[in-house]
Design a protein around this ligand. Structure first.
Ligand code: PLP
Length: 405
């Protein structure tokens, strides 16, 4: 059992008041808050260590380089990648998917080829493929969902053609909470000789990920959703793919030799990391992963599962409650609507009561279209949330609903 009260004291922001009410932060699927150790690591990097990495012989540069490269090994261990050079640091999930769309797309996708995605994808796993469509005549094939918000695996198995070149799907939905059966998806795609990219933005915060056991070809996620800093993301890719893909951006770090006649590229991972990396961010990200490990990933998950069950059951006590996404396996994310109350009105009034939830289409407009709605109110939980906060949240939703009805 975790001591949640003790965990909460490590998160300074949780002491804030909003409109004179204690902050109840239920927007963790958008970004999670930071424990003191992560904040201190950022300050410490700037106070004691700051120097550009890789190019300096002086002590500060070597220390900064060590911290940055140790962070890469830390991430490697977190997702059990075979090699540390299979970990590419990006600005986030979005940049990681854009990198693959651009670079894998350049090398392996040709006119007439197909990429399989799902109805529930975040825009960051739709638009990069559409950008590629301006250069190559590729097609998106879409796996539909059932009324519970689960993928229709029967349809998925029949979407493969001889032109399928990639399956690119989310581990878990940021709207519905659905945990997709990615083991089955990867096995099925591989049986057709097709590689798989997993958008793990909502997977990594709540599910233990072992990329070798999964046999994922690419797995991408963002640090800021796992208690780490903003502006850092990870592209894990199997060495064989990354080696065969051309660079994404050009500049410093990613080259071996440059002349005006010809440039040769650096080895992995630097081939994909043009320019000065966010080495302060990567160091703090490693601290966040250490913090998760020290807190206990499985215990965190058990607590978050309890919050999900409790909040779901309590929300259904409210008249007119409609929860979107009722899959058996969910991350702690609840999207809902009450009667015909606008999600935006609900979110605004909850804020006045100190409660932070997200409202809108959650960067998943095709999913909203499928559900026949414009948006939802979304509450999402992290390890520092409590049943008492959920009680206050449910009481607030009830109060606001009665006001707006
Ligand atoms: N994919 C999913 C499933 C997400 O939930 C998000 C962010 O909410 C993203 C991608 C984009 O992540 P980022 O904005 O950190 O690049």
């Amino acid at each position: 059992m975790l001591d949640i009260a003790a965990i909460r004291t490590q998160f300074p922001i949780l002491g804030r008041e909003i409109y004179g009410k204690p902050l109840i932060y239920l927007d963790n699927a958008a970004t999670s808050q930071h424990p003191q150790c992560v904040i201190e690591r950022i300050a410490d990097s700037y106070c004691r260590v700051n120097a550009n990495v890789h190019r300096g012989v002086h002590t500060l540069s070597q220390e900064a380089t060590n911290a940055h490269e140790n962070a890469r090994k830390r991430v490697q261990r977190f997702i059990n990648a075979r090699h540390s050079h299979e970990i590419i640091f990006t600005r986030g999930t979005t940049e990681a998917i854009n990198l693959v769309a651009h670079s894998f797309g350049e090398a392996f996708l040709h006119d007439g080829d197909e990429v399989i995605v799902t109805t529930m994808e975040h825009h960051s796993n739709i638009v990069p493929w559409q950008l590629l469509q301006s250069r190559k005549d590729i097609k998106l094939r879409v796996i539909p969902i059932n009324e519970r918000g689960e993928l229709d695996m029967e349809v998925f198995r029949n979407l493969f053609t001889e032109r399928t070149r990639l399956v690119s799907v989310m581990h878990a939905s940021n709207v519905l909470g659905t945990i997709n059966p990615i083991e089955e998806i990867i096995a099925c795609a591989h049986a057709h000789g097709v590689p798989v990219l997993i958008d793990g933005a909502q997977g990594v915060p709540h599910l233990a990920v072992d990329v070798q056991r999964l046999d994922a070809d690419f797995y991408v996620f963002s640090a800021h959703k796992v208690y780490g800093p903003t502006g850092i993301g990870v592209l894990y890719g199997k060495e064989k793919w990354l080696d065969a893909m051309p660079p994404y951006q050009g500049g410093g770090e990613m080259i071996a030799q440059v002349s005006f006649e010809r440039t040769t590229f650096n080895e992995l991972p630097y081939k994909f990391e043009a320019g000065t990396p966010d080495y302060v961010g990567t160091a703090a990200f490693a601290t966040a992963l250490d913090w998760i490990e020290a807190t206990g990933f499985e215990a965190m998950k058990a607590h978050e599962d309890d919050l999900l069950q409790y909040a779901t059951q309590r929300l259904y006590e409210i008249d007119g409650m409609r929860i979107l996404g009722t899959a058996d396996h969910k991350t702690p994310v609840i999207s809902f609507l009450v009667d015909n109350i606008h999600h935006y009105d609900m979110g605004m009034l909850l804020d006045k009561l100190g409660i932070a939830v997200r409202t809108g289409h959650h960067c998943a407009q095709p999913l909203m279209h499928t559900l026949g709605i414009e948006g939802t109110v979304r509450a999402s939980f992290a390890v520092y949330n409590t049943r008492e906060e959920i009680d206050a949240f449910v009481a607030a939703v009830n109060r606001v609903s009665n006001m707006l009805r």
